[in-house]
Design a protein around this ligand. Structure first.
Ligand SMILES: [Mn+2]
Length: 344
């Protein structure tokens, strides 16, 4: 149960309310670490009389039951959350962002070559994994801190913003030191310790949807981050497991307008992992924009066939350059011809 408090609740009224909850022996916490405007009561451990709270001064409303998420919902916050990186904005009515880069940081030449390529095509945020969760323990699992240093180096040279994945609570600090956005990967969407850890920092976090996650589970994971006080969360659809065998995953673009309706958080789409096929990245990128995505995240490699990870989905410089061209033209066309709004 959540007790929503009026913004002008007096401290006496608040104390009285907390006192009653304490007396009942209920397990409670300040749900909203940011505004202190809500009190969360774990109903499983209490025989508390809910009716008592409805008419108390300073109480705005009461949400009964156990909601999976609240802070991430549109009910909680009507206006779109906008993530700011200096002069770049993600979400709301802002121009969709393109995030591009290799699956993994392999060496200095590879990451510099990619950085120069994407930067020359107008990309502002580069991706690149230093810590790589891989299906096989025999696969390349990343350069780790050396990879972060290389990302830091090309960031200085090019002015690109950096997004990179954090795999472990122990690495949150070092990854945050080298990056502008921390990525929580699909496999860690339900690693609640890690979600809590990135909830404590004050940097944007991109949360990828788990490959088998339902929407409420996805938003519940975002709630963990926001509950820690970190309001800068970007959601990312990256494909889910279905019965289809012709693509790596099934890109669930339905989720984009549905998320926009349910949540104020920005959502971007990763067609690279969502399809696992170079030939599907262009059409699914444009489809994601048409669905209202706040941006795209795409894998590109200077020599895709030599890529140490995910070579089958890495775009070549030529293919990526064409994608950037279509991206711009398609957005112009969309703005002129279609109003991409959320469903009523
Ligand atoms: Mn990858």
């Amino acid at each position: 149960m959540i007790i929503k408090l009026k913004p002008d609740i007096t401290s006496e009224d608040r104390n009285r309310l907390v006192h009653i909850i304490q007396e009942s022996g209920a397990d409670y916490s300040d749900q909203d670490a940011i505004n202190q405007s809500e009190i969360y009561i774990n109903e499983a451990y209490t025989g508390i009389n809910i009716g008592l709270f409805y008419h108390m001064p300073g109480v705005e409303s009461i949400i009964e039951g156990e909601p999976i998420y609240n802070l991430v919902s549109r009910n909680y916050k009507k206006s779109d959350t906008i993530i700011q990186l200096d002069d770049l904005y993600i979400g709301g009515d802002n121009y969709p962002v393109m995030i591009a880069g290799p699956c993994a940081v392999e060496n200095e030449d590879q990451i510099r070559e990619t950085a120069q390529l994407v930067s020359s095509l107008g990309v502002r945020i580069m991706r690149g994994g230093a810590y790589k969760p891989r299906t096989s323990p025999y696969s390349f699992t990343g350069l780790e801190e050396r990879g972060l240093e290389l990302l830091g180096k090309v960031k200085k040279e090019t002015g690109l913003f950096i997004i990179t994945e954090v795999l472990d609570t122990a690495d949150v600090e070092v990854v945050a030191a080298y990056s502008d956005i921390l990525q929580i990967g699909s496999r860690n969407m339900q690693n609640y310790k890690l979600l809590k850890a990135v909830g404590r920092i004050r940097k944007p976090v991109l949360l990828k949807r788990g490959m088998s996650a339902r929407l409420d589970e996805f938003l519940g994971s975002a709630e963990y981050i926001m509950k820690g006080g970190n309001e800068q969360v970007i959601l990312c659809e990256r494909g889910i497991r279905t019965f289809v065998e012709y693509s790596r995953n099934t890109l669930d673009l339905n989720v984009v307008p549905v998320v926009k309706n349910l949540s104020h958080l920005p959502i971007i789409v990763d067609p690279s992992h969502g399809t696992g096929r170079r030939d599907l990245i262009m059409p699914m990128s444009l489809a994601a924009l048409a669905a209202g995505a706040d941006g795209l995240m795409v894998e590109v490699h200077p020599h895709p066939d030599n890529s140490w990870s995910d070579p089958e989905q890495a775009l070549s410089p030529e293919q990526f350059s064409l994608l950037m061209e279509k991206f711009t033209h398609f957005l112009e066309w969309l703005n002129k011809n279609v109003s991409v709004t959320t469903a009523p």
